[in-house]
Design a protein around this ligand. Structure first.
Ligand code: 13P
Length: 249
């Protein structure tokens, strides 16, 4: 089984100064954690200084987004080689905010996942249903499609470098966490789908993490579930004490 993975997604928050202060505390308190992986995804403006602080700390750096082209006339975009160059190891792909607010479809998610892997970045591919989709009984169809299309043509050798993040849209920033049973039911389904595409052994090695109102008081229950391998934390990762409690669950 994979090591527990706790990731912070700071979204469009934190100045460079705030990010640096946070990263220094994190590196001091959690240097070389053996039994879990910790990842932080600051905004683009803070990536470089934070990378310098986290170097050799054992804490990993992720970007929140990137463009699938290597370079060229794409004003405002950042490429995978640029992220690798400054020390990013991971990148979020297909976060529901990118899908809903910026129109990313499974097709773009797939291009980004493939490009990230080719560049040596580990994609954290986010999937999840909206409230309407859940209430109309379409949760599993939506997720199956996001997995099939988002991971189209990814090789079985590469799937070990992919993390799936299940983030039910109705639980993001709402204070409504999926119950541990609801989350586990979906995580088990995701693992079965991965098994159907890449084989059972690969599915057992794939990290599937949960996101959506994860807090210090619900992390332990989530992490107790057999198919939940970690958490992708938004709001509660902006406060050092609360993120530290989640890491130490
Ligand atoms: P919250 O933890 O604020 O609900 O956000 C979850 C999320 O979107 C992480 O990517």
């Amino acid at each position: 089984m994979t090591k527990p993975l706790i990731a912070a997604n700071w979204k469009m928050n934190m100045t460079t100064g705030e990010s640096v202060t946070f990263a220094k505390r994190l590196a001091e308190e959690f240097a070389r954690l053996e039994d879990r992986d910790v990842i932080i995804a600051p905004p683009f403006t803070a990536l470089y200084p934070v990378a310098e602080i986290l170097r050799n700390s054992g804490i990993h750096l992720a970007a929140q987004n990137f463009h699938w082209e290597k370079g060229g006339a794409y004003t405002g975009e950042i490429s995978a080689p640029m992220l690798c160059d400054i020390g990013c190891r991971y990148v979020l792909v297909g976060h529901s905010e990118r899908r809903i607010l910026f129109g990313e479809r499974n097709e773009e998610v797939n291009k980004k996942a493939a490009t990230a892997l080719a560049a040596g970045l580990k994609p954290i591919v986010c999937i999840g249903e909206t409230l309407g989709e859940r209430e109309s009984g379409r949760t599993f169809d939506i997720l199956a499609r996001q997995i099939k299309e988002g991971l189209n043509n990814i090789s079985p050798d590469d799937i070990e470098s992919v993390t799936l993040a299940y983030e039910p849209v109705w639980a993001i920033g709402t204070g409504k966490t999926a119950t541990t049973e609801q989350a586990e039911e979906v995580h088990r389904f995701i693992r079965e789908e991965i098994g159907g595409i890449f084989g059972k052994a690969k599915a057992g090695e794939t990290a599937i993490i949960y996101g959506g109102s994860v807090k210090p008081d619900n992390i332990a229950g989530l992490m107790d579930q057999p198919d939940i391998n970690g958490a992708l934390v938004g709001g509660a990762s902006l406060d050092f004490e609360s993120f530290a409690k989640i890491i130490k669950y």
